[in-house]
Design a protein around this ligand. Structure first.
Ligand code: HEC
Ligand code: HEC
Ligand code: HEC
Ligand code: HEC
Ligand code: HEC
Ligand code: HEC
Ligand code: HEC
Ligand code: HEC
Length: 450
């Protein structure tokens, strides 16, 4: 810390004053980083302290290596560059190349592709508050980075600070499961909650508490998903657990998966591929052939087999795959119930919909309560059931997953009966034609940009 009191130093800095004296410096620091440190030690002391405690400081990687040297006074900070993965690539080519091949790189493209993304409030959308707070780790095009600067200040373009946070950039931090916790939790992907309460997570905790030997076997998220420090994360089934090819010799599961793909708008109501299939392909949302599924699955099995019998591991994963089949059946049933309401005209085709069929990707902006229920069924309860199975969480599988799915289906059927009855009564009273006027869907008016 500087010996100058912070408020005074801040005043000096804001006035463009020299701040603390320039320190003796290494080769990079000589290019100007020492001046940055001298001033920032008073304007943002904790950033400097974190950097000082980092491996970067020890090897003379300084402020200018990531932020450039164009900003030199207290009044021209807009000239400071905010680093992107390409900034790190100059020195960490391997990790950046792996990251760019993996699913994390698509996180920004994925939110942007959602049909109702632009209906969300700005802070939810692009700030570091809602969707953007987690999905910011995805790569952004130059145009997207520019847009971000105009709408939300331009922060959140680094990606690489998601697990080893600035300015420590610590490997030790990134290796702990907590590094994943902020994003992989909650409504539709509670991997943290499932893992933490599984025997895997409990053991990892007990190890850190030194209640069991440090040599005890206890996998973390990274053990299973970043094998050998590989930054290319991807799973066999993916988030949505839909894939190709269709299960051979299982007509029921094939039919159920077709229904789910129709609900996702990837197939149209007649079963033909739509434009959304291209988006799914481009963002690597699903494994589209057996080989790409097997590649991820073998990697995972090899990992389980370092602690378990290969037969045990294979059996556990096969049981989880089977659960996907079972939850698909319940979910597809519910989609068909709602699709039936469109087919018989009880529900009118919403404006902006490609066809008269429920669209699961409209999320909470779905136009009717029964479709909102379908969204919760699909994204919260179906996810929890199979994700819990993969993460050794019996409670998530049973009570937050399977049990809720049954309740959803029962209630969706009852809601459909009710809607039909109301439509019949309306028709009898002559209150206009039974099919309601087209709903202004999805959502209300787009949110203001500021
Ligand atoms: C004379 C003081 C001073 C010097 C020298 C200085 N900075 Fe700053 N810097 C500031 C102030 C003041 C801000 C604005 C802080 C704020 O918004 O609260 C700032 C902001 C920043 C930001 C944030 C930019 C943003 O978009 O929010 C970065 C990054 C940064 N400085 C890096 C550097 C680097 C790298 C150097 C050396 C090349 C440097 N600073 C030199 C005072 C200084
Ligand atoms: C290894 C690269 C790296 C180094 C070295 C580095 N930074 Fe940063 N810095 C980042 C990243 C990444 C961000 C986040 C950018 C974003 O949000 O898009 C950031 C953001 C900032 C911000 C604005 C965000 C905030 O939290 O206030 C300031 C100020 C800043 N850095 C100052 C510094 C200073 C001063 C130094 C030197 C002591 C330094 N940085 C060294 C990578 C670095
Ligand atoms: C000018 C080169 C340079 C740049 C730019 C750079 N780094 Fe580094 N980084 C290094 C060096 C050198 C090391 C130390 C390697 C070693 O320990 O052998 C390092 C170490 C690391 C480590 C491991 C730290 C530990 O705890 O051992 C991480 C994580 C890291 N960098 C992340 C980043 C990220 C993220 C960026 C971009 C925002 C970045 N680096 C930018 C040179 C750089
Ligand atoms: C708490 C962090 C967080 C928030 C908030 C969040 N997401 Fe996500 N999102 C994730 C994570 C983590 C995944 C991957 C989960 C998995 O694979 O199980 C994901 C996956 C996705 C996917 C699927 C990507 C794919 O290729 O499979 C889409 C689309 C998506 N999110 C859209 C959104 C939208 C739209 C919002 C805001 C309405 C949002 N997310 C809010 C963390 C978040
Ligand atoms: C999903 C979390 C996550 C993200 C995102 C991430 N890292 Fe890492 N990073 C890790 C983990 C975990 C390790 C420790 C790996 C190990 O155990 O060796 C690590 C280690 C590193 C190391 C040290 C490698 C070594 O062997 O010393 C560097 C350098 C690094 N990361 C750079 C980056 C860069 C650059 C990016 C952005 C392209 C990035 N990381 C994004 C989790 C992440
Ligand atoms: C014991 C190994 C293991 C651990 C520990 C583990 N996972 Fe997983 N994870 C899996 C398996 C197995 C799958 C399903 C893989 C497949 O599709 O074949 C999976 C799937 C995922 C998926 C894709 C969606 C889903 O849930 O099916 C994400 C995202 C994920 N894990 C994140 C995490 C995070 C974050 C942690 C730590 C909080 C974690 N995992 C801990 C084994 C593990
Ligand atoms: C800043 C938020 C964030 C952090 C931190 C984060 N992730 Fe992710 N993760 C995401 C998002 C968002 C996605 C979905 C990206 C997409 O598919 O478009 C995702 C996707 C994944 C997937 C791919 C699932 C699939 O569809 O196959 C795995 C595996 C994963 N993350 C593991 C991890 C692990 C392990 C960590 C911690 C070491 C971690 N993540 C840290 C946000 C995060
Ligand atoms: C680093 C070691 C390690 C890895 C890797 C690992 N596990 Fe485990 N697993 C354990 C330990 C230790 C236990 C607790 C053993 C017990 O319950 O007696 C356990 C427990 C389990 C349980 C609960 C078993 C029971 O009897 O209740 C299941 C299921 C499981 N693991 C599946 C898997 C799967 C599937 C994988 C790969 C995706 C995997 N594990 C990877 C160490 C590991």
């Amino acid at each position: 810390m500087s010996s100058i009191p912070i408020p005074l130093a801040l005043a000096l800095a804001l006035a463009g004053g020299p701040g603390a004296p320039v320190q003796a410096a290494g080769p990079r620091a000589a290019r100007g980083a020492a001046a940055c440190v001298a001033c920032h030690r008073t304007t943002s002391p904790s950033i400097v302290a974190d950097w000082k405690a980092s491996r970067h400081a020890a090897v003379d990687v300084g402020c200018t290596d990531c932020h450039g040297a164009d900003h030199t006074t207290a009044t021209d900070s807009a000239r400071a560059r905010l680093p992107t993965p390409d900034t790190c690539a100059g020195c960490h080519e391997a990790q950046v190349a792996q990251f760019k091949r993996g699913k994390h790189a698509f996180a920004w493209a994925a939110v942007k592709a959602m049909p109702t993304f632009h209906y969300q409030a700005l802070a939810v959308r692009e700030g570091l508050k809602g969707c953007g707070g987690c999905h910011k780790l995805g790569l952004k095009t130059e145009a997207e980075a520019k847009e971000l600067k105009e709408t939300a200040g331009g922060y959140g373009v680094a990606g690489c600070d998601a697990c080893h946070t600035r300015h420590l950039f610590s490997k030790a931090e990134a290796r702990q499961p907590e590094a994943c916790k902020t994003c992989h939790m909650g409504f539709d992907h509670p991997q943290w909650e499932m893992y933490e309460s599984s025997k895997h997570g409990v053991r990892a905790d007990l190890k850190r508490l030194k209640a069991i030997p440090g040599s005890a076997a206890a996998p973390t998220c990274q053990t299973c998903h970043m094998q050998g420090g590989d930054h290319e994360v991807r799973t066999a089934w993916g988030f949505l657990a839909v894939r190709l090819p269709m299960p051979e010799g299982d007509a029921q599961w094939t039919a159920d998966r077709v229904t789910i793909l129709q609900g996702l708008g990837v197939l149209d109501p007649t079963g033909k591929p739509t434009a959304r299939l291209a988006v799914v392909k481009a963002a690597d949302v699903a494994r589209l052939d057996q080989a790409s599924f097997d590649r991820e699955r073998s990697k995972m099995l090899a990992t389980c087999s370092t602690c378990h019998a290969a037969r045990f591991a294979k059996e556990q994963l096969a049981l989880a795959d089977g659960l996907i089949r079972d939850v698909d059946h319940v979910t597809a049933e519910a989609i068909r119930v709602v699709a039936g309401l469109y087919a018989d005209g009880t529900l009118a085709r919403p404006k902006g919909y490609a066809s008269a069929f429920p669209d699961l990707l409209t999320f909470h902006d779905a136009p009717t309560p029964i479709e909102q229920r379908l969204f919760v069924m699909f994204l919260e309860h179906r996810m929890r059931a199979f994700q819990g199975a993969f993460h050794a969480s019996p409670d998530y599988v049973t009570w937050y997953g399977w049990s809720e799915l049954q309740r959803d289906l029962t209630e969706i059927r009852a809601m459909a009966d009710e809607l039909r009855r109301a439509a019949r009564i309306d028709a009898r009273l002559g209150a206009g034609s039974a099919p309601a006027a087209p709903v202004t869907a999805p959502g209300a008016a787009p949110a203001p940009t500021r």
